[in-house]
Design a protein around this ligand. Structure first.
Ligand SMILES: NC(=O)c1ccc[n+]([C@@H]2O[C@H](COP(=O)([O-])OP(=O)(O)OC[C@H]3O[C@@H](n4cnc5c(N)ncnc54)[C@H](OP(=O)(O)O)[C@@H]3O)[C@@H](O)[C@H]2O)c1
Length: 357
């Protein structure tokens, strides 16, 4: 089987390439700079237990007209679209170009190749109350006031929501076989705990280790749902390769502890005192809106949206995972291993300040 992947060099993408090639699939990785990126990606895939030689690179860019791909692509059985500009305080036009226009260009490619599209969105797409608060009350993209959504949610989250809603509408109109995978915040590998420094959970651990988390955001109901990167990679691979797949797969471990529990497990591993008292979200959001505070606290206000009291219906995806033989790891143990990985790295700060919860 040949699967084309955008975002193959990213944190999830590398684990996905390792899993797919480990199963014997050929991965066609769309890369912005293949000459530089392909050798690095192959090394990463080998290190993660896959077969780097089964990864081929094709030049392409989500920002380029028609993705800047070479002519004559064929024999692709599925496209997995992971590529995105992932960060905080993004310029709305820039986020829209890469994350929305880029996603629609990938959907058009899937249509022209006549293959399945596995589109990676995010778990907030299943939080109806949150979508309504942002002003998203229709599945029809033209009915949504997107500039309001960008103002309320911040450009990263807004562009992911817009992309998902526009891709769904396009797929329905064009008759594309679309599977949407909706990941929660990604945790480290369930065995090694390995996590990229640019990942939001890494920054949360960094803030905890550096004493920037004296209080727990929200209430005891608030949580940050997680999914280990290897579990997510296997689920995405199944979304691309299995015969019958639900239209949407929420990749979220419903047994993730509340935020206080998460911080307590991580703090013990880091040898820190865990925060026990809560700070209400509106007060925290107001504090972070004071110029300079978000930077000092390494916490942009837009990241708070991902911490909510909402619980999610996961029965369908759990049934699919069970049918496919995909077993979940103990998420508290994954948090412990991820924190231990962080500690083993010497607790280096992230390269992009403000990439945090
Ligand atoms: N990590 C999470 O907690 C999480 C949760 C929910 C959903 N997601 C979604 O999962 C996907 C992957 O996340 P990740 O954590 O693996 O992100 P990541 O590590 O930041 O990787 C992003 C990937 O996108 C590629 N990319 C960025 N701009 C591009 C462009 N203009 N053209 C082509 N490729 C481009 C990057 O390529 P370069 O190497 O060339 O920069 C990289 O491979 C994203 O869609 C993200 O929104 C992630």
């Amino acid at each position: 089987m040949t699967v084309m992947i955008t975002g193959a060099t990213g944190f999830i993408g590398r684990h996905l390439c390792a899993h797919l090639t480990g199963e014997g699939a050929t991965v066609m990785a769309m890369l912005r700079q293949p000459a530089r990126q392909l050798p690095e990606l192959r090394r990463a895939v080998d290190r993660l237990g896959g077969d780097g030689q089964l990864v081929v690179g094709i030049p392409g860019d989500l920002d380029a007209p028609e993705l800047g791909l070479p002519m004559g692509l064929q024999d692709v059985e599925a496209i997995i679209h992971l590529g995105a500009r992932f960060g905080w305080r993004l310029d709305p036009a820039v986020a829209q170009r890469t994350n929305v226009a880029g996603s629609l260009a990938v959907a058009k490619l899937a249509r022209s190749l006549g293959c399945r599209l596995v589109f990676i969105s995010g778990f907030m797409l299943e939080n109806r109350a949150h979508l309504e608060k942002l002003g998203i009350t229709s599945d029809e993209p033209e009915q949504v006031n997107w500039s309001q959504v960008y103002r309320r949610a911040g450009s990263y989250e807004a562009s992911k929501l817009e992309a998902a809603i526009r891709v769904r509408a396009y797929a329905q109109h064009a008759g594309i076989d679309l599977v949407e995978v909706q990941p929660a915040t990604v945790a480290g590998h369930s065995e090694s705990g390995e996590l990229d420094r640019a990942q939001p959970l890494y920054t949360l651990l960094d803030n905890l280790a550096r004493g920037r988390m004296a209080l727990v955001p929200g209430t005891p109901e608030h949580w940050l749902p997680l999914v280990p990167v290897d579990h997510l990679a296997r689920l995405i691979a199944l979304a691309a390769t299995a015969g019958e797949v639900p239209d949407r797969l929420l990749a979220l471990d419903a047994t993730t502890p509340n935020l206080r529990g998460l911080l307590t497990t991580a703090a013990h591993e880091l040898g820190k005192k865990p925060p026990t008292r809560h700070i209400p979200m509106p007060i925290l959001a107001a504090l972070l809106s004071i110029p300079g505070v978000a930077r000092i606290m390494n916490t942009p206000v837009e990241t708070l949206h991902f911490i909510q009291p909402t619980r999610f219906e996961t029965a369908d995806q759990e049934r699919f995972a069970t049918e496919q033989g995909l077993r979940r790891s103990d998420i508290t143990e994954v948090i412990r291993r991820t924190a231990s990985f962080y500690a083993g790295q010497g607790g280096r700060t992230v390269s992009e300040p403000g990439n945090v919860f």
